[in-house]
Design a binder for this molecule. Sequence first.
Ligand code: ADP
Ligand code: ADP
Ligand code: ZN
Length: 214
Amino acid sequence: MNIILLGPPGAGKGTQSARLVERHGMRQLSTGDMLRAAVKAQTPVGIKAKAVMDRGELVSDEIVSELIDAELAAMPASTGAIFDGYPRTAAQAEMLDMLLAKHGRKLDRVIELAVDEDALVDRITGRFTCARCGAGYHDRYKQPKAAGVCDECGSTEFKRRPDDNEETVRTRMQEYRAKTAPILPGYEARGIVAQVDGMASIDDVAEAIDDLLA
Ligand code: ADP
Ligand code: ADP
Ligand code: ZN
C-alpha cells in the first residue's frame, strides 16, 4: 500500500501517520520531518530551507522530491509508504508519479483529512513533541498520560516548532489553499480519493482510516 495523507497544517497527518506505522508496519515519509532533520544537521539543504520554513513558505519542488527519492530508494519494496506533507504542489504530484514508477510502486489511495480552518490555528499553536522520540502531543487535545513525561519513551523534554506560531500558520494555510488544494481534483479524476472527517477525535479518525485501508 502507498497512500498520501492530504490536509492543511494541523489536520492530523503526522498524528495519523504514527498510528499507521504502529499498526500496519508502514513507513512514514514526512518531508517536513526530513527538512527539520536537515536544518538541525546544518546540511546544505537545511541551510537553504530554514528561512523559507520559518516564513511558512514552500521549499523548492526539487529539494523535497530528492528527499523522497532517497527515502524510497532505501526502503524494502514490500514496506508500504505513507506520504505525509508531500506532494504539496502540482509539480510535486507529477514528480511523485515518476518516483513511484521508478521504484516499482503505485499510488493506492489519497486520504483527505477534512478540517475546519478555524480549528487549525488552535491545533498548531498547542502542538508540542517529545524532544527524544518525536511523539506528538497537544496542550489540550493530547496531553501525556503522566504530566511532563513522554508516553512512548519516558523523556521529560519536549519541544515546539519555531514555525508553529499564529502568523506563520496563516501563511502556511494560504500556501495550502493556493498550491496544495488544487492537486486534489487530479487525484479525484483517478477515483482514488477518500475523505475522512478530520474534526473527529484522534481515535475516531484513526478508525475511519483503518476502515478505508481494510
Ligand atoms: P499535521 O501533521 O497535519 O500538521 P499533527 O498531526 O501534528 O498535524 O496535529 C496537529 C496538532 O493537533 C497536534 O498537537 C495533535 O496532537 C493535534 N491533533 C491531531 N489530530 C487531532 C484531532 N483529531 N483532534 C484534536 N487534536 C488533534
Ligand atoms: P505542517 O504542520 O504544515 O503539515 P510540515 O512539517 O509538513 O508542516 O512542513 C513544515 C514546513 O516544511 C512547511 O511549511 C514548508 O516550509 C516545508 N515543507 C514540508 N514539506 C514540503 C513540501 N512537500 N514542499 C515544500 N515545502 C515543504
Ligand atoms: Zn518520547
